[in-house]
Write a protein that binds this ligand. Structure first.
Ligand SMILES: *Cc1c(COP(=O)(O)O)cnc(C)c1O
Length: 458
């Protein structure tokens, strides 16, 4: 019999976490205005809010923290990172930034103007925020299958070529500064993009003479899905697949807090020297000098090593396997989850979980609140709160998917934590009919409101 996967690491150091009671949590979440971002992390038992910057670094990464140097210009760690970026991503030109949205900020400062159109596959919230902040528009061209959580499709992050071409045809070349392909597609549920879709998108962009960029936060998980799901890639190594993926794009932004397996960091990469020069100005203005970009030298070394580790097959198998483990447990309990499971998170379909409560009462947020009270588990709403209001009409935008995301930090929790999480969800599912009403907003910011919104029970 084939042996199951097991983690390709030993646990060398641990951090103690504390359990609390449902009574305590009811009080804490009420004080937090039913916004889980307002909770102290000490009030959380299992923190599945995000897989961003919450990863456990390896002994080798910690070693880089010690041996890295903190020179303002030309630090040793920068050159280690440069070597790693060239070797793994195949890019010679890049600038480090303090995180992913900073990469978006400096890149879009150089590329976008008001009125521009930026097509892509379900842009991530900060990406969309940075586009809309510049009075430009993000147009979602994801395939329709992505919006039905019950549909099986191996690459739900794919771009719909017809939708994309319609947008490219309908607008002037000068008004489309770039196309962004997010791998894996976070907003569509951590769903991968196939190599053939990357290739076709690149081909289409070339036809219209528009640069193609990756939002590459989870490039390694995407490569893993290509290896196990796409014909012709079974025998290729993850590193070969990653190299091929990046060979089709003109540049990328990356939050290194995900597949970089670090706690902080970002990158923006380019092929075009002129563009790099333009971006450099904004980088120096907003981030720091070009060889540290808002980070400490030691962070660059940890990232250089992290890129190597995250592109190892054994690591990815246990990583993506743990996500599927949680997903399978949920399914056994009859909980409606998005399928196939994504690379970094399990997404619970809140509209199917609470069919008797309208979407206008923020059902995914309600589910997040109830799961916290039940088990001290913190997930995050990916739904109407996250979608913000329409900047033109000022009305709530109702996304097709109303999800609770349970994002799993890399190399941090055991499968026992996953069992516990599924059991807590089951308990909420069993008492779902006793919940008759959702939530309402009492206070919100004009953009990216989900971080600071204040809510009340109806
Ligand atoms: C996290 C993320 C970002 C933003 O990166 P930060 O490091 O959080 O600033 C952008 N795009 C995607 C797809 C992400 O997952």
């Amino acid at each position: 019999m084939k042996l199951p996967y097991a983690e390709p690491f030993r646990i060398k150091t641990v951090e103690m976490i504390r359990q609390s009671t449902p009574e305590e949590r009811k009080e804490w979440i009420k004080k937090a205005k039913y916004n889980l971002f307002n909770l102290k992390s000490d009030y959380v038992y299992i923190d599945l809010l995000t897989d961003s910057g919450t990863n456990a670094m390896s002994d080798k990464q910690w070693a880089e923290i010690m041996v890295g140097d903190e020179s303002y210009a030309g630090a040793r760690s920068y050159y280690k990172l440069k070597q790693s970026v060239e070797e793994i991503l195949g890019f010679q030109r890049f600038i480090p930034t303090h995180q992913g949205r900073a990469a978006e900020n400096v890149l879009f400062s150089a590329m976008l103007k008001a009125g521009d159109i930026v097509p892509g596959n379900s842009h991530f919230d900060t990406t969309k925020g940075h586009i809309e902040f510049r009075k430009a528009k993000a147009v979602d061209c994801t395939i329709d299958e992505a919006f039905d959580t019950t549909k099986e499709h191996p690459f739900k992050g794919n771009i719909d070529m017809e939708k994309l071409e319609t947008v490219l045809k309908a607008n002037k070349r000068d008004d489309i500064p770039l196309v962004i392909l997010t791998v894996t597609c976070n907003s569509a549920g951590g769903q991968p993009v196939s190599m053939s879709n990357i290739k076709e998108t690149a081909h289409m962009c070339r036809k219209y003479n528009i640069p193609l960029f990756f939002d590459a936060a989870r490039f390694a998980e995407n490569a893993y899905f290509i290896k196990i799901r796409e014909k012709g890639y079974e025998k290729k190594s993850i590193k070969e697949i990653v190299k091929e993926m990046f060979s089709y794009v003109d540049g990328f932004t990356m939050s290194a807090k995900k597949d970089g397996i670090t706690n902080i960091g970002g990158l923006v990469g380019f092929r075009n020297e002129e563009l790099m020069k333009k971006v450099s100005v904004f980088s120096i203005l907003f981030e720091g000098y070009l060889t540290y970009g808002g980070l400490a030298g030691r962070d660059l070394g940890a990232l250089a090593q992290g890129l190597r580790e995250s592109t190892e097959y054994d690591y990815l198998e246990s990583r993506v396997g743990q996500v599927a483990f949680l997903g399978e447990r949920c399914k056994e309990y009859g909980i409606p989850v998005q399928e196939p499971f994504g690379g970094h998170a399990v997404f619970v379909d809140a509209k199917r979980f609470f069919p008797h409560i309208p979407q206008s009462e923020y059902v995914a947020q309600l589910l997040a609140v109830e799961l916290y009270i039940e088990g001290g588990i913190r997930g995050v709403e990916i739904g109407t709160l996250l979608a913000d209001r329409d900047p033109e009409t000022g009305k709530d935008r109702y996304p097709k998917l109303e999800l609770l995301r349970l994002a799993i930090p890399r190399r941090v929790y055991t499968n026992n934590h996953m069992d516990y999480t599924a059991a807590a969800l089951r308990n909420v599912y069993e008492r779902r009919e006793h919940l008759k009403k959702g939530l309402k907003i009492v206070q919100e910011a004009p953009i990216l409101r989900h971080f600071t919104v204040e809510l009340e029970r109806l």
